[in-house]
Design a protein around this ligand. Structure first.
Ligand code: ZN
Ligand code: ZN
Length: 139
């Protein structure tokens, strides 16, 4: 998204943009975004700077790192970006938005914090039920 500094009115500007995750190149080997990323920004202008307050929304699709079940979770983050500008500048915020999206990703995507994962011996999904190897229920 490009911001034309000389088109920002004194009261500020509200912009909506949608990014294709493929074009934005934000997918990670273990995470995909399954719909366009919606970015809603409020842009305000000061003397020699602009401030962009962005709300970023998307939907993450991944396989749980512990139990391998496919999973979807909302991605929601907010960012405040500021730029030093001259009145004639055009500011492209796309790269900064891209960085914010990547920063919002979970380090290790799991379906839930308490996911029990798979039994290392038989592969049973321990969220669905225990197996004979489950140390917590075995005698
Ligand atoms: Zn899981
Ligand atoms: Zn087992």
């Amino acid at each position: 998204m490009k911001i034309y500094v000389n088109r920002i009115p004194a009261e500020g500007l509200h912009e909506e943009a949608a990014y294709d995750p493929k074009v934005l190149d934000v997918e990670r080997f273990d995470l995909r975004l399954e719909e366009p990323i919606a970015v809603s920004s409020v842009i305000t202008k000061a003397e020699n700077a602009i401030l962009v307050q962005a709300q970023i929304r998307g939907r993450l699709r991944f396989s749980c790192a512990r139990c391998l079940e496919p999973f979807a979770l909302p991605l929601e983050t907010a960012a405040t970006l500021s730029y030093q500008v001259r009145p004639s500048d055009v500011v492209d915020i796309t790269e900064d938005i891209r960085q914010e999206i990547i920063l919002a990703y979970p380090m290790i995507p799991v379906c839930r914090p308490a996911c029990k994962g798979l039994c290392p011996a038989c592969g049973q999904n321990l969220n669905a039920g225990s197996c004979v190897h489950d140390a917590t229920t075995a005698e």
